[in-house]
Design a protein around this ligand. Structure first.
Ligand code: ATP
Length: 254
């Protein structure tokens, strides 16, 4: 299948530290990829580079055939490359329904002031309800965010990303901070995302990684050291060494 998203030879250094070393990858429609790697491997930097929040020293980012390397973050979102929001950007007094409706209105270039009257807009309401349903949030649609569980707030982040109509969705640790007993909420919601959406998820919870991903990419010290099937990753010698190395380092530093 042809690539919907491509990263070519991306490089980034901070001072003398090479944090992204010649990273290339491509994604097709419907991909479910987990990007994993030890702490400090460069995963978040990679997401910041491709979304335009950081500038690489060299390399290109493409959506389909279009080179988006020079686009600002907002223009990349309009091209279909969307990362999930962070819980810290949610408004405690607003409901999930209001959040999603506002995101839809903003996407369509309509004023935030219209958020008060979105319920009179059938199309906005229909789309809002469909997105909340995909993320299993319908029952909480009209509760203030401050009253819903943290795991569900994290689902709302994904709902807001979906309101921007992504072709490629980047999720930065969607289960971080969620009690282990609630990670099934995240997992169930991810399973309901549209089949043709390409999803790349950074995640440390390996249970979630193995249930979600059809392909795993391992980043270590800024370099891709594995790109293949989940069932092969734990047996890979370089992957084992990278993780053991970081654990050894962590324990010696402790
Ligand atoms: N603005 C910056 N200036 C200097 N160094 C940075 C900067 N941002 C990140 N780094 C360094 O780049 C390396 C990669 O960091 P990054 O946060 O991308 O890793 P990560 O794989 O996301 O880690 P974690 O899993 O712990 O979140 C780290 O050594 C970090 O200290």
């Amino acid at each position: 299948m042809s690539a919907i998203f491509q990263v070519e030879r991306l490089k980034k250094s901070f001072g003398g530290l090479d944090v992204t070393r010649d990273v290339s990858l491509s994604m097709a429609k419907g991909d479910r990829i987990a990007l994993i790697g030890p702490n400090g491997a460069g995963k978040t930097t990679f997401v910041n580079l491709v979304t335009g929040h950081l500038h690489p020293n060299s390399g290109r980012v493409l959506m389909g055939d279009e080179d988006i390397s020079k686009f600002n973050p907002m223009k990349r979102v309009r091209a279909g490359l969307v990362r999930s929001f962070q819980v810290t950007r949610l408004f405690a007094e607003m409901t999930p329904e209001e959040h999603v409706a506002l995101a839809i209105l903003q996407r369509d270039g309509k004023s935030g002031r219209m958020v008060g009257s979105y319920r009179t807009m059938p199309e906005v309401m229909r789309e809002t309800q469909a997105i909340l349903e995909t993320l299993n949030l319908s029952a909480l649609a009209r509760m203030p965010v401050s009253e819903i569980a943290y795991g569900q707030q994290r689902l709302l982040e994904i709902a807001l990303a979906m309101a921007l109509r992504p072709k490629v969705l980047l999720l930065d640790e969607p289960a971080a901070g969620v009690p282990h007993s609630d990670t099934f909420l995240i997992e169930n919601a991810l399973a309901q995302l549209p089949d043709d959406l390409a999803v790349l998820m950074i995640e440390h919870d390996m249970d979630l990684v193995f249930r979600f991903a059809k392909r795993v990419i391992v980043l270590a010290a800024g370099e891709i050291i594995f790109d293949g099937l989940p069932r092969d990753v734990t047996e890979d010698a370089r992957v084992r060494e990278a993780y053991l190395g970081s654990y050894a380092h962590a324990s010696s530093a402790a």
